[in-house]
Design a protein around this ligand. Sequence first.
Ligand SMILES: C[S@@+](CC[C@H](N)C(=O)[O-])C[C@H]1O[C@@H](n2cnc3c(N)ncnc32)[C@H](O)[C@@H]1O
Length: 202
Amino acid sequence: MKTIAKRYDREARLYDLYEWLPEKLVFQKHRKRIFPELSGKILEVGVGTGNSLEYYTDKADVTGIDFSPKMLAQAQKKLNKLGKQNIKLMEGDIENLPFQDNTFDIVVTACVFCSVPNPIRGFKEVARVLKPNGKAVFLEHVKSNNWLIAFMQNLMNPLSVRIFGFNMNRDTRNNIEKGSLAVQKDKHLALGDIVRLFVCSK
Ligand SMILES: C[S@@+](CC[C@H](N)C(=O)[O-])C[C@H]1O[C@@H](n2cnc3c(N)ncnc32)[C@H](O)[C@@H]1O
């Protein structure tokens, strides 16, 4: 098992607790807006403890994957409580997706590419499994374009990787483009230019 997957396994039971504040202050309101709009055959990668699951409507036929079995187990508990029949969860690695080419209408992530070990390979896999007219939707935190904030993010990055398993300083837009996807929309949502919504096509 990859080191980062082990790290998420280790923190799975406490994840919702330490993410409570950023979730309430930053991410929840964006999930509430983004996820109900998604319909068709959807792949959510890095589903984690399932913080987005409640926002899917029954127009979405969702497969959620994660490479940490213990994060997935937390998500499964939430899914059982929600009782949604249109969502299924399974173990899988975004760098080697267990799906055929051109399978999904939408691939979506929330706060995932900060921790994917090889993000460019991950984006290439997203491009591969998307249908030709499909779209990829990434709600992600990234490295700021402000040099002082970026300097602080670089400084703190080794600590956040070691303790939590995520990077604070990923140049995600650049990685998306290197990963064979075209950015159609890049919206700054919160914390200046750190929390962003990318909508991409093949
Ligand atoms: C910061 S958590 C976010 C979880 C969830 N998306 C959310 O918004 O709360 C990142 C998740 O991505 C998963 N992840 C990271 N790299 C992955 C990969 N290569 N394949 C599958 N899942 C991955 C981790 O296991 C973890 O559950």
